[in-house]
Write a protein that binds this ligand. Sequence first.
Ligand code: BTN
Length: 326
Amino acid sequence: MIILNIPLIHRLRDAKGEFVPLAELGANLVAVRADLDEIETFGFAIERHPYQGVAYRGPSRRLCPDQIECGLDTLRIGRRVAVWNRVSSTNDLAARAAQSSANEGLVVLAEEQTAGRGRRGRSWTAPPRSSILMSVLLFPSPGLAGTPWLTALGAVATAEVVADWTGLDARIKWPNDVRVGGRKIAGILVERGSAAVVGIGLNANVAFDDLSAELRATATSLCLLGGGPVDRSELARALIVRLDHWYNRGLIGGPETLNSPWRERSEHLGQAVRMTTTSGPLFGRLDDLDLLRGLTLAVPDDRPRQIPNHEVLALSPLDPEGSGEA
Ligand code: BTN
Protein backbone atom coordinates (compact mmCIF):
# COMPACT_ATOMS: atom_id res chain seq x y z
CA MET A 1 0.00 0.00 0.00
CA ILE A 2 1.40 3.37 -1.02
CA ILE A 3 0.88 6.09 1.61
CA LEU A 4 3.04 9.01 0.52
CA ASN A 5 1.82 11.13 -2.37
CA ILE A 6 4.58 10.03 -4.76
CA PRO A 7 3.08 11.73 -7.86
CA LEU A 8 3.31 14.99 -5.91
CA ILE A 9 7.01 14.34 -5.28
CA HIS A 10 7.49 13.62 -8.99
CA ARG A 11 5.66 16.82 -9.94
CA LEU A 12 7.95 18.88 -7.69
CA ARG A 13 11.08 17.04 -8.80
CA ASP A 14 10.22 17.57 -12.46
CA ALA A 15 10.24 21.33 -11.85
CA LYS A 16 14.03 21.00 -11.41
CA GLY A 17 14.43 23.29 -8.43
CA GLU A 18 11.86 25.90 -9.52
CA PHE A 19 9.01 26.80 -7.18
CA VAL A 20 5.63 25.37 -8.12
CA PRO A 21 2.60 27.44 -6.97
CA LEU A 22 0.53 25.57 -4.39
CA ALA A 23 -2.62 25.96 -6.50
CA GLU A 24 -0.94 23.93 -9.28
CA LEU A 25 -0.43 21.02 -6.93
CA GLY A 26 -4.09 20.28 -6.30
CA ALA A 27 -7.50 21.84 -5.85
CA ASN A 28 -7.75 20.97 -2.16
CA LEU A 29 -5.01 23.08 -0.55
CA VAL A 30 -5.55 21.55 2.87
CA ALA A 31 -4.92 18.09 1.43
CA VAL A 32 -1.88 19.31 -0.55
CA ARG A 33 -0.38 20.83 2.61
CA ALA A 34 -1.01 17.62 4.54
CA ASP A 35 0.69 15.59 1.79
CA LEU A 36 3.64 17.99 1.80
CA ASP A 37 3.92 17.62 5.58
CA GLU A 38 4.12 13.85 5.23
CA ILE A 39 6.70 14.11 2.45
CA GLU A 40 8.82 16.43 4.57
CA THR A 41 8.42 14.27 7.66
CA PHE A 42 9.66 11.28 5.70
CA GLY A 43 12.83 13.20 4.94
CA PHE A 44 12.45 14.66 1.46
CA ALA A 45 13.91 18.16 1.26
CA ILE A 46 11.36 20.68 0.09
CA GLU A 47 11.33 24.43 0.42
CA ARG A 48 8.11 26.30 1.00
CA HIS A 49 7.73 29.94 0.08
CA PRO A 50 4.73 32.06 1.17
CA TYR A 51 4.06 33.38 -2.37
CA GLN A 52 6.03 31.30 -4.82
CA GLY A 53 4.94 27.86 -3.68
CA VAL A 54 7.04 24.75 -3.12
CA ALA A 55 10.37 23.62 -4.53
CA TYR A 56 12.00 20.18 -4.46
CA ARG A 57 15.46 20.26 -2.89
CA GLY A 58 16.41 16.61 -2.75
CA PRO A 59 15.48 13.02 -1.97
CA SER A 60 15.15 11.53 1.46
CA ARG A 61 18.38 10.09 2.84
CA ARG A 62 16.29 7.09 3.88
CA LEU A 63 15.22 4.52 1.33
CA CYS A 64 11.59 5.22 0.58
CA PRO A 65 9.54 2.03 -0.04
CA ASP A 66 6.62 4.00 -1.49
CA GLN A 67 8.91 5.68 -4.00
CA ILE A 68 10.38 2.34 -5.01
CA GLU A 69 7.01 0.62 -5.37
CA CYS A 70 4.74 3.34 -6.73
CA GLY A 71 3.77 2.41 -10.30
CA LEU A 72 6.37 -0.36 -10.44
CA ASP A 73 4.95 -2.64 -13.11
CA THR A 74 7.42 -5.50 -12.95
CA LEU A 75 6.09 -9.02 -13.44
CA ARG A 76 7.93 -10.88 -10.72
CA ILE A 77 10.77 -9.07 -9.02
CA GLY A 78 9.62 -6.33 -6.68
CA ARG A 79 6.00 -7.40 -6.35
CA ARG A 80 6.84 -6.99 -2.68
CA VAL A 81 9.61 -4.77 -1.39
CA ALA A 82 10.70 -4.88 2.26
CA VAL A 83 12.97 -2.11 3.55
CA TRP A 84 14.78 -2.69 6.83
CA ASN A 85 16.87 -0.35 8.89
CA ARG A 86 19.52 -2.72 10.19
CA VAL A 87 19.84 -6.45 9.50
CA SER A 88 22.60 -9.05 9.78
CA SER A 89 22.50 -9.75 6.05
CA THR A 90 19.71 -9.05 3.57
CA ASN A 91 20.45 -12.49 2.08
CA ASP A 92 19.48 -14.10 5.40
CA LEU A 93 16.23 -12.18 5.54
CA ALA A 94 15.25 -13.04 1.99
CA ALA A 95 16.09 -16.72 2.63
CA ARG A 96 13.65 -16.75 5.54
CA ALA A 97 10.81 -16.16 3.08
CA ALA A 98 11.79 -19.22 1.04
CA GLN A 99 9.17 -21.48 2.69
CA SER A 100 6.61 -20.27 0.16
CA SER A 101 7.10 -19.91 -3.58
CA ALA A 102 4.42 -17.20 -3.37
CA ASN A 103 7.28 -15.02 -2.17
CA GLU A 104 9.08 -15.27 -5.52
CA GLY A 105 10.49 -11.89 -6.42
CA LEU A 106 10.56 -10.54 -2.87
CA VAL A 107 13.11 -7.74 -2.64
CA VAL A 108 14.75 -7.09 0.73
CA LEU A 109 16.66 -3.84 1.15
CA ALA A 110 18.51 -2.61 4.20
CA GLU A 111 20.09 0.65 5.25
CA GLU A 112 22.78 -1.23 7.11
CA GLN A 113 24.11 -4.76 7.50
CA THR A 114 25.90 -5.93 10.61
CA ALA A 115 27.21 -9.13 9.00
CA GLY A 116 27.09 -8.50 5.26
CA ARG A 117 28.72 -11.29 3.28
CA GLY A 118 30.83 -11.25 0.15
CA ARG A 119 32.15 -14.13 -1.90
CA ARG A 120 34.74 -16.55 -0.59
CA GLY A 121 33.96 -15.88 3.05
CA ARG A 122 34.73 -12.18 2.81
CA SER A 123 32.64 -9.56 4.54
CA TRP A 124 30.79 -6.77 2.76
CA THR A 125 30.62 -3.45 4.53
CA ALA A 126 28.99 -0.16 3.71
CA PRO A 127 28.27 2.90 5.88
CA PRO A 128 24.61 3.13 6.96
CA ARG A 129 22.34 4.73 4.33
CA SER A 130 25.11 4.85 1.77
CA SER A 131 24.48 1.96 -0.55
CA ILE A 132 22.15 -0.48 -2.16
CA LEU A 133 22.15 -3.65 -0.08
CA MET A 134 19.58 -5.77 -1.83
CA SER A 135 18.55 -9.40 -1.90
CA VAL A 136 16.04 -10.95 -4.26
CA LEU A 137 14.32 -14.24 -3.54
CA LEU A 138 13.80 -16.41 -6.62
CA PHE A 139 12.44 -19.85 -7.42
CA PRO A 140 14.06 -20.21 -10.81
CA SER A 141 13.22 -22.95 -13.31
CA PRO A 142 15.90 -25.69 -13.44
CA GLY A 143 17.57 -24.19 -16.53
CA LEU A 144 18.21 -20.90 -14.73
CA ALA A 145 18.95 -22.31 -11.33
CA GLY A 146 22.70 -22.70 -11.78
CA THR A 147 24.71 -20.18 -9.84
CA PRO A 148 26.53 -18.78 -12.93
CA TRP A 149 23.25 -17.74 -14.49
CA LEU A 150 21.91 -16.09 -11.35
CA THR A 151 25.23 -14.33 -10.73
CA ALA A 152 25.20 -13.13 -14.33
CA LEU A 153 21.62 -11.92 -13.85
CA GLY A 154 22.67 -9.74 -10.94
CA ALA A 155 25.85 -8.57 -12.65
CA VAL A 156 24.25 -7.67 -15.99
CA ALA A 157 21.35 -5.79 -14.39
CA THR A 158 23.68 -3.91 -12.05
CA ALA A 159 26.17 -3.06 -14.79
CA GLU A 160 23.36 -1.73 -16.97
CA VAL A 161 22.06 0.50 -14.20
CA VAL A 162 25.55 1.77 -13.36
CA ALA A 163 26.23 2.53 -17.03
CA ASP A 164 22.88 4.26 -17.35
CA TRP A 165 23.39 6.41 -14.27
CA THR A 166 26.98 7.40 -14.93
CA GLY A 167 27.18 7.39 -18.73
CA LEU A 168 30.35 5.33 -18.21
CA ASP A 169 31.28 1.88 -19.38
CA ALA A 170 30.43 -0.62 -16.62
CA ARG A 171 32.08 -4.01 -16.98
CA ILE A 172 31.69 -7.41 -15.35
CA LYS A 173 34.84 -8.93 -13.97
CA TRP A 174 34.13 -12.65 -13.96
CA PRO A 175 32.19 -13.87 -12.13
CA ASN A 176 30.54 -11.32 -9.90
CA ASP A 177 32.23 -7.92 -9.78
CA VAL A 178 30.86 -4.87 -11.54
CA ARG A 179 33.61 -2.38 -12.24
CA VAL A 180 34.04 1.05 -13.77
CA GLY A 181 37.49 2.05 -14.97
CA GLY A 182 38.93 -1.05 -13.30
CA ARG A 183 37.45 -0.16 -9.88
CA LYS A 184 34.83 -2.27 -8.19
CA ILE A 185 31.48 -0.58 -7.67
CA ALA A 186 29.27 -3.60 -6.97
CA GLY A 187 29.40 -7.29 -6.10
CA ILE A 188 26.91 -10.13 -6.41
CA LEU A 189 26.52 -13.00 -3.97
CA VAL A 190 24.16 -15.83 -4.91
CA GLU A 191 23.21 -18.24 -2.16
CA ARG A 192 21.05 -21.31 -2.57
CA GLY A 193 18.84 -23.32 -0.28
CA SER A 194 15.32 -24.42 -1.13
CA ALA A 195 15.23 -21.25 -3.26
CA ALA A 196 17.88 -18.89 -4.60
CA VAL A 197 18.84 -15.54 -3.15
CA VAL A 198 20.60 -13.03 -5.39
CA GLY A 199 22.38 -10.49 -3.17
CA ILE A 200 23.64 -7.23 -4.62
CA GLY A 201 25.85 -4.68 -2.93
CA LEU A 202 26.17 -1.47 -4.94
CA ASN A 203 28.24 1.47 -3.69
CA ALA A 204 26.01 4.46 -4.21
CA ASN A 205 26.75 7.37 -1.86
CA VAL A 206 30.00 6.01 -0.48
CA ALA A 207 32.45 8.90 -0.06
CA PHE A 208 36.20 8.59 -0.52
CA ASP A 209 36.74 8.90 3.26
CA ASP A 210 34.34 6.00 3.83
CA LEU A 211 36.62 3.62 1.95
CA SER A 212 39.37 1.76 3.77
CA ALA A 213 42.94 2.56 2.73
CA GLU A 214 43.01 -0.71 0.79
CA LEU A 215 39.75 -0.05 -1.05
CA ARG A 216 40.70 3.51 -2.00
CA ALA A 217 42.90 2.08 -4.73
CA THR A 218 40.46 -0.50 -6.01
CA ALA A 219 36.86 0.57 -5.34
CA THR A 220 34.54 3.36 -6.35
CA SER A 221 30.94 4.49 -5.94
CA LEU A 222 28.30 6.25 -8.01
CA CYS A 223 28.77 9.53 -6.15
CA LEU A 224 32.55 9.35 -6.57
CA LEU A 225 32.10 8.89 -10.29
CA GLY A 226 30.52 12.32 -10.50
CA GLY A 227 27.31 14.16 -9.95
CA GLY A 228 27.24 13.90 -6.14
CA PRO A 229 24.79 11.90 -4.03
CA VAL A 230 22.25 9.79 -5.84
CA ASP A 231 18.63 9.10 -5.00
CA ARG A 232 18.99 5.52 -3.72
CA SER A 233 15.26 4.80 -3.91
CA GLU A 234 15.26 5.58 -7.62
CA LEU A 235 18.42 3.55 -7.99
CA ALA A 236 16.90 0.52 -6.24
CA ARG A 237 13.84 0.83 -8.44
CA ALA A 238 15.95 0.97 -11.62
CA LEU A 239 17.81 -2.14 -10.49
CA ILE A 240 14.58 -4.02 -9.79
CA VAL A 241 13.31 -3.13 -13.28
CA ARG A 242 16.45 -4.48 -15.01
CA LEU A 243 16.53 -7.62 -12.85
CA ASP A 244 12.91 -8.32 -13.68
CA HIS A 245 13.52 -7.72 -17.37
CA TRP A 246 16.34 -10.28 -17.66
CA TYR A 247 14.73 -12.77 -15.29
CA ASN A 248 11.52 -12.86 -17.33
CA ARG A 249 13.47 -13.15 -20.57
CA GLY A 250 15.34 -16.07 -19.06
CA LEU A 251 12.12 -17.78 -17.99
CA ILE A 252 10.66 -17.45 -21.48
CA GLY A 253 13.70 -17.81 -23.71
CA GLY A 254 16.03 -19.90 -21.56
CA PRO A 255 19.43 -19.17 -20.05
CA GLU A 256 20.98 -18.25 -23.45
CA THR A 257 19.07 -14.96 -23.44
CA LEU A 258 21.57 -13.54 -20.97
CA ASN A 259 24.65 -14.65 -22.89
CA SER A 260 25.07 -11.68 -25.16
CA PRO A 261 24.66 -8.87 -22.58
CA TRP A 262 26.92 -10.85 -20.24
CA ARG A 263 29.55 -11.30 -22.94
CA GLU A 264 29.31 -7.69 -24.12
CA ARG A 265 29.95 -6.39 -20.62
CA SER A 266 32.65 -8.88 -19.78
CA GLU A 267 35.86 -7.12 -18.80
CA HIS A 268 38.40 -9.68 -19.92
CA LEU A 269 37.01 -11.11 -23.13
CA GLY A 270 39.79 -11.23 -25.72
CA GLN A 271 42.48 -10.66 -23.08
CA ALA A 272 45.30 -12.86 -21.87
CA VAL A 273 44.17 -14.38 -18.58
CA ARG A 274 45.21 -16.72 -15.84
CA MET A 275 42.45 -19.16 -14.98
CA THR A 276 42.45 -21.17 -11.79
CA THR A 277 40.46 -24.32 -12.38
CA THR A 278 39.61 -27.33 -10.25
CA SER A 279 42.43 -29.15 -12.05
CA GLY A 280 45.06 -26.41 -11.80
CA PRO A 281 46.02 -23.12 -13.44
CA LEU A 282 45.61 -22.40 -17.15
CA PHE A 283 46.94 -19.51 -19.22
CA GLY A 284 45.60 -18.26 -22.52
CA ARG A 285 43.35 -15.77 -24.24
CA LEU A 286 39.75 -15.69 -23.07
CA ASP A 287 37.90 -16.20 -26.33
CA ASP A 288 34.35 -16.73 -25.17
CA LEU A 289 32.06 -16.86 -22.18
CA ASP A 290 28.89 -18.90 -22.30
CA LEU A 291 26.57 -19.46 -19.40
CA LEU A 292 25.87 -23.01 -20.54
CA ARG A 293 29.03 -24.17 -22.28
CA GLY A 294 31.57 -22.46 -20.06
CA LEU A 295 34.66 -20.38 -20.79
CA THR A 296 36.74 -20.87 -23.93
CA LEU A 297 40.45 -20.35 -23.63
CA ALA A 298 42.76 -20.08 -26.65
CA VAL A 299 45.93 -21.81 -25.54
CA PRO A 300 49.24 -21.29 -27.41
CA ASP A 301 50.21 -24.28 -29.61
CA ASP A 302 47.10 -26.21 -28.73
CA ARG A 303 43.43 -26.30 -29.67
CA PRO A 304 41.05 -24.03 -27.70
CA ARG A 305 39.98 -25.43 -24.35
CA GLN A 306 36.43 -25.18 -23.10
CA ILE A 307 36.18 -25.17 -19.33
CA PRO A 308 32.77 -25.70 -17.71
CA ASN A 309 31.73 -22.77 -15.53
CA HIS A 310 31.69 -24.86 -12.35
CA GLU A 311 35.34 -25.87 -12.88
CA VAL A 312 36.56 -22.26 -12.99
CA LEU A 313 37.59 -21.03 -9.57
CA ALA A 314 39.18 -17.67 -10.45
CA LEU A 315 40.04 -15.60 -13.46
CA SER A 316 42.43 -12.70 -13.61
CA PRO A 317 44.10 -10.79 -16.42
CA LEU A 318 47.79 -11.34 -17.02
CA ASP A 319 48.12 -7.61 -17.56
CA PRO A 320 48.48 -6.30 -13.98
CA GLU A 321 46.92 -2.96 -15.04
CA GLY A 322 43.53 -4.62 -15.20
CA SER A 323 43.84 -6.86 -12.18
CA GLY A 324 42.53 -4.61 -9.40
CA GLU A 325 40.35 -6.62 -7.11
CA ALA A 326 38.28 -5.18 -4.31
C1 BTN B 1 31.21 -9.83 -3.41
O1 BTN B 1 31.60 -9.01 -4.24
O2 BTN B 1 32.00 -10.52 -2.77
C2 BTN B 1 29.73 -9.99 -3.22
C3 BTN B 1 29.17 -8.93 -2.32
C4 BTN B 1 27.68 -9.06 -2.11
C5 BTN B 1 27.16 -8.10 -1.07
C6 BTN B 1 25.67 -8.09 -0.98
S1 BTN B 1 25.06 -6.77 0.00
C7 BTN B 1 23.47 -7.45 -0.04
C8 BTN B 1 23.62 -8.94 0.13
N1 BTN B 1 23.70 -9.29 1.52
C9 BTN B 1 24.88 -9.79 1.84
O3 BTN B 1 25.21 -10.20 2.98
N2 BTN B 1 25.68 -9.83 0.78
C10 BTN B 1 25.01 -9.34 -0.40
